[in-house]
Design a binder for this molecule. Structure first.
Ligand code: Z5A
Length: 217
């Protein structure tokens, strides 16, 4: 009998939405059920993709990447990540919890960056065989509240975070539109409130995938 395929969960949303915090809480909850979990992020997750991450978030020189070059670099990092980390973990029957995945490229480069969804999906089909998460958790929240979290953290802005508020609003709108078009695959979660309360909403949104998982699977 072949080994069970693992599950692939991605967290999406704008900066400060709580993706890293909630990814950590989910990993703890899955591990508490005895499930094997790989936790990872984009851009990054493998040595090659982490090298590309540095190029993306701190571009060499003053010109910055063109929108097209930026999209290609994200797709290249993802291709390496999918081939060397995500697919092997899923094939071993493990859960993969990823902080951002292709819907970030669709919202940032395709939506706010103006390249369009078809271009991003074509790159993803070529680079990563079009792999989709089993479920995307889209964390949303009032722009001012999320910005306040980043100020409180004292975050240093990178090349993408430092873009104007209009860009980040367009990202949020693009994420919303993706979720409206695919409400089962991309679940909108209110990211405002205590982290444990947000975590409980996420566990509800994953209940169907968790049914029968763990404790001896
Ligand atoms: N990008 C792209 O353009 N295209 C792509 O395809 C991909 C990415 C994959 C990666 O940055 C950048 O690359 C990103 C998108 C772009 N740029 N932007 N914007 P990253 O991954 O390094 O940065 P980020 O995803 O924006 O991470 P972040 O700012 O750290 O946000 P977060 O992970 O969603 O939030 P957090 O770290 O969990 O929480 C932020 C702070 O809020 C922290 O101090 C927490 O303690 C606090 N927090 C979290 N939850 C709560 C609640 N519930 N209440 C109060 N405070 C909270």
């Amino acid at each position: 009998m072949s080994a069970p395929e693992g599950r692939f969960i991605a967290f999406e949303g704008g900066e400060g939405a709580g993706k890293s915090t909630q990814a950590r809480l989910l990993v703890e909850a899955l591990q508490a059920r005895g499930l094997a979990v790989v936790t990872t992020r984009e851009p990054g997750g493998t040595l090659g993709a982490e090298a590309i991450r540095r190029l993306l978030l701190d571009p060499p020189g003053d010109a910055g990447w063109t929108a097209e070059a930026e999209a290609l670099l994200f797709a290249a990092a993802r291709a390496d990540h999918v081939a060397h980390l995500i697919r092997p973990a899923l094939a071993r029957g493990e859960w993969v919890v990823c902080d951002r995945f292709v819907d970030s490229s669709r919202a940032y480069q395709g939506g706010a960056g103006g390249l369009g969804d078809d271009a991003i999906l074509s790159l993803h089909a070529f680079g990563s065989g079009g792999l989709r998460p089993d479920r995307v958790i889209l964390l949303e929240g009032d722009e001012t509240v999320l910005a306040g979290r980043l100020t409180a953290r004292g975050a240093i802005s990178d090349a993408i975070e430092g873009r104007p508020a209009t860009y980040h609003r367009a990202v949020a709108e693009a994420f919303r539109a993706l979720a409206v078009a695919d409400p089962v695959g991309i679940v909108r979660i209110d990211g405002i409130g205590a982290p444990d309360n947000v975590h409980a909403r996420i566990m509800d949104a994953l209940a169907d995938l968790l049914d029968g998982e763990g404790e001896g699977r």
